[in-house]
Design a protein around this ligand. Structure first.
Ligand code: CA
Length: 224
């Protein structure tokens, strides 16, 4: 079996080599890029299974890198944020990042996050068991990993897809934010429930007109 490839986009040499060392020790193949441009080039060429992306890069903003990555890939992205700024996290998640970690961090913690993101992505194919899920004109195909409205494909990030999948599986049921966090992000996710709200808003916009995600006051959400 070939090794799982991780792309690390980080210009700080000491952090990059430190993180790469930990990932390699855990059996991952690691490509490192010190600029956003180089990172995008490697992402296209090497097709990594996950990307670790620093927000502060010399040539471009990490958000721009994420936006460009998302144009043609739903590879899981973990962002490295230097500040503990909530807005950075929300913007990152809105752009399709799957998780974030604040510097300074323990590299073992980052490796755990990478594994958790990969587990969720890899488990995704089996979860649906080939059963297409539908709500009105909205369809979700777990095997092909596709969402469509009246046959027209809708582009979703990995996390948005997982979230919609879980909502469709539990259609009509009120789901708490905590429950969504645990099932969609995994029990080991350390973010807060605001992450759920950000993703719900994204999914809501994308499926508007076809299906409605209702806010259950004081509790969570429900797909009608
Ligand atoms: Ca940096």
């Amino acid at each position: 079996m070939s090794k799982t490839r991780i792309l690390l986009i980080e210009d700080e040499e000491n952090i990059a080599s430190f993180v790469a060392m930990y990932l390699k020790k855990d059996g991952f193949e690691v490509d490192t890029a010190a600029t956003g441009a180089r990172g995008l080039e490697l992402a296209a060429r090497e097709q990594p299974q996950a990307v670790i992306l620093d927000l502060m890069l010399p040539d471009m903003d990490g958000f721009d890198v994420c936006r460009r990555l998302r144009r043609d890939s739903d590879v899981p992205v973990i962002m490295l944020t230097a500040r503990d700024a909530a807005t950075d996290k929300v913007v990152g998640l809105e752009l399709g990042a799957d998780d974030y970690i604040t510097k300074p961090f323990d590299p073992r913690e980052l490796v755990a996050r990478v594994k958790s993101v990969l587990r969720r992505v890899q488990g995704r194919g089996q979860a649906g068991g080939g059963v297409k899920l539908m709500a009105g004109e909205l369809t979700l195909d777990p095997d092909r990993h596709e969402v469509a409205i009246a046959g027209e494909p809708v582009k979703m990030t990995a996390k948005e897809f997982d979230l919609l999948h879980y909502l469709l599986t539990n259609r009509g049921l009120a789901l708490s934010r905590q429950q969504l966090l645990e099932h969609v992000w995994g029990y080991d996710f350390l973010g807060d429930t605001r992450t759920v709200d950000v993703h719900i808003n994204q999914v809501r916009k994308k499926i508007a007109g076809a299906a409605e995600i209702e806010t259950v006051w004081g509790m969570g959400y429900k797909l009608k």
